[in-house]
Design a protein around this ligand. Structure first.
Ligand code: MD3
Ligand code: FE
Length: 221
């Protein structure tokens, strides 16, 4: 089912099949075992509780680079073609009900397609959280596509003015797709709580939550 949380913030429940969820969990394990191990990015100088690894471009010090110089100096894995295609389909599905004239300005590309150049893979242990923040480091305004896997969480979707009220708390479950574009692109958001022991059996993820965000950060070097 489709839920419009705000203009440009569209939640599609169970967009991923159980098989796709299990596939992505196993891909996450492969990517996490890749050249750059997951690390806790610094936020306001303090390590986040979330463990993070990226594809395509590596995020550090509020900038993106091909090389994880803050971790081990290795180049990050490239963005797989199939994952780019999943992102294009996801954004198109989420925004299908908006007239093209309305959502045209939400994309960089003239053809209104979302083409991700990077993926951020976040792992939340049952006690991890993510404080209210905006995603402002990307140099395009393209939507962010987000997939939830494993344990459910309480996701907080706020406003563009401040990290405070008004906000909406939404439970995100394994398989849910959430796309943030247009006027919702720079809304404050965070993860208040992981809900333990809610991971469906088919995920094959015993503990914790994985979030995959696909982005067009528009980096060139
Ligand atoms: C709303 N991740 O990686 S996903 C992040 O569940 C991040 O791991 C959270 O916030 C997580 O930056 C939330 C949903 C999400 C992602 C990007 C957004 C919501 C967003 C960008 C703009 C507005
Ligand atoms: Fe974010």
């Amino acid at each position: 089912q489709r839920q419009v949380i705000a203009t440009g913030a569209v939640l599609l429940r169970n967009w991923l099949t159980p098989e796709q969820q299990r596939y992505l969990v196993n891909k996450f394990r492969q990517w996490a075992a890749g050249p750059v191990p997951p690390r806790r990015p610094l936020i306001y100088g303090k390590p986040m509780s979330v463990q993070s690894v990226s594809l395509g471009w590596h995020w550090q010090n509020y900038a993106y680079s091909r090389i994880a110089s803050d971790v081990n100096g290795a180049p990050v894995l490239p963005m797989p073609e199939w994952l780019i295609e999943v992102g294009t389909k996801a954004a198109a599905d989420a925004f299908a009900e908006y007239p093209a004239s309305a959502s045209a300005r939400w994309y960089t590309r003239e053809d209104n397609r979302f083409v991700a150049d990077s993926a951020l893979l976040n792992y939340y242990s049952p006690t991890a959280k993510m404080g209210m923040h905006q995603d402002k480091e990307e140099s395009t305004n393209d939507p962010v596509v987000s997939f939830s896997l494993g344990d459910s969480c309480t996701f907080r979707f706020g406003n563009t003015e401040s990290r405070n009220r008004p906000y909406q708390d939404v439970q995100l479950n394994s398989g849910d797709l959430f796309v943030f574009g247009g006027p919702s692109r720079y809304a404050y958001h965070g993860v208040v709580k992981i809900i333990p022991n809610t991971s469906p059996k088919h995920c094959d993820l015993a503990v914790g939550r994985i979030n995959i965000t696909l982005r067009n950060i528009g980096a060139t070097h």
